[in-house]
Design a protein around this ligand. Sequence first.
Ligand SMILES: [Fe+2]
Length: 314
Amino acid sequence: MKPLTPSGPHARPEHEQSAPKLMFFGDPHGDLEPVIAAVERFRPEAIILLGDIQARQPLHIELRPILNITEVAWIPGNHDTDSNGDFDHLFGSELSDRNLHGRIVEIAGYKVAGLGGIFRSKIWDPRRPIEEAAFQSSDAMRRTMKREERWRDGISRKHRSSIFPDEYQRLLRSGPADILVTHEAPSAHPHGWQVIDELAEKLGVQLVVHGHHHRCIDYVGEGLMTTAAPFRAFGVDMGSHLAWPRSPQEAAGLESPPQDLLNLATQVFGGATEAWLNKPHELLDGQTPAAFAAGGGSDKVRSILNAIQHGGVV
Ligand SMILES: [Fe+2]
């Protein structure tokens, strides 16, 4: 459960680091202490909870110690509809208007799109065409239910955390955005979904961050995605967090290295290209070639590659 903040020999000392703009927190499952401790320590501009919050008291009471330090936003997870308490402490709290599900909100200078909940085949199996979904909307489902079958005169509590096609499609049309937060994972995860990738690409986001799977994953770092992919993706474990941006290069933008540089790196390193691009380099102030190039340093990375390929001095 190691946070995805920079660590190791290339990390700056904590006192030299500026406060992160955003911190994303993995599924709290009722324990908000790590969230409070991290916010008090790092003092981010805003935080986003990635679902499965299951607050034991109303969320604004749980987070009272930090509400004057940071802005709070959240998406729901599948477990946030497990009990009336889970539901009411989140959707009925004074932070209910900070639900990002199905919309785009400007947070800490980023346009953040949210897709909470999970796919349930009783509603929509996203491996099937969207028009074949059993229900296009929660309203459509509600209309099929007898009054006595309803929960609080609507669909069942469980399906309040299911993703309905109309919510997905409305979000798809609401772009552009900078960041997409989801409870479900993108397709690079063994249990992820292609429709999350399609949403990210349509919105034009540079970053996707998800919860649900209880594992910290840097998809590029682990070789599950390449730096040429249209967005970076991270999973965040329960009790852990991802601080953003992670470096001045990421603050400047997440542009991928230019294609000619990727081609050159492939010529030089072949199958080891990803490993080289994502390993901190001593000639690049300890940054990775991928981050250095993305931050405007392509020429220096190119000269290193040329020196390796042809010999000579960088
Ligand atoms: Fe979950």
